[in-house]
Write a protein that binds this ligand. Structure first.
Ligand code: 13P
Length: 248
């Protein structure tokens, strides 16, 4: 049975005191959910959170270098993340694809370096509003997944989590409808069946992200192929995030 995951991507939000307060509240709250709870704070806070966190929270980095280690000023390596107890790392978030021009080839390298260092990539894919409107969105998602993931072996792809995040729904208040999310998640799983096998595809968690909040989480998570959420804005508010987690 594949894992359910609710992950909060804090993006570049919360200064130290607010970040600590939100982390402490989450860490001390008794969470009742069948989903694994993950937070992806700015990397600055990861080490301290790793040393303080209890069993019920896992940590994710928002990014890592595509290189192993060495003379890459300003970068953080996958092996460093692993060494402090970070379990996951986001790869290919649309904001990084857009503002840092991250290409499919670069993301493929990041996936490789993460897997080599035992950090689970949360690989993000999703189409722009233009592609949604033109109807080309299946091809966009297929290319993103094929170009950055389909070189992996069967046992490697099972270590990857995929997050579908339509760009037009990120931070806009527009959410993919429950049916739209299920349609793409089923499409992604079908790609995995075709490339690998039904058994492999059934083991891979596919999360939805894009204006997911307490009021729509249940309906989205109810779908057969939606295994959880990657939450932005609503993860910055304790009550909202807890309500989303407890939708499972
Ligand atoms: P919002 O939930 O704020 O739309 O952000 C989604 C997201 O980008 C999570 O990675």
């Amino acid at each position: 049975m594949r894992k359910r995951i609710v992950a909060g991507n804090w993006k570049m939000n919360l200064n130290n005191s607010d970040a600590q307060a939100l982390f402490e509240s989450l860490n001390s709250n008794k969470i009742v959910s069948s989903a694994e709870v993950v937070i992806a704070p700015p990397s600055l806070y990861l080490s301290e959170f790793a040393s303080k966190k209890g069993q019920q929270i896992c940590l994710a980095a928002q990014n890592c270098s595509d290189n192993d280690n060495g003379a890459y000023t300003g970068e953080v390596s996958a092996s460093m993340l692993y060494s402090i107890g970070v379990k996951y790392c986001l790869v290919g978030h649309s904001e990084r694809r857009q503002y840092q021009n991250e290409s499919d080839v670069l993301l493929k390298q990041k996936v490789n370096v993460l897997l080599k260092n035992k950090v689970v990539p949360i690989f993000c894919c999703g189409e722009s509003l233009d592609k949604r409107k033109s109807g080309d969105f299946f091809q966009v998602i297929q290319a993103q997944i094929e170009n950055s993931l389909f070189h992996l072996t069967d046992s490697e792809i099972k270590e990857v989590v995929i997050a579908y995040e339509p760009i037009w729904a990120i931070g806009t208040g527009l959410t993919a409808s429950s049916d739209q999310a299920q349609e793409i998640h089923a499409f992604i799983r079908a790609l995995l069946v075709e490339k690998y096998s039904l058994q492999t595809a059934e083991e891979i968690s596919i999360l939805y992200g894009g204006s997911c909040k307490a009021s729509n989480a249940k309906e989205l998570f109810m779908n057969r192929d939606v295994d959880g959420g990657l939450i932005g804005g609503a993860a910055l508010d304790l009550d909202s995030f807890l309500a989303i987690i407890e939708s499972f």
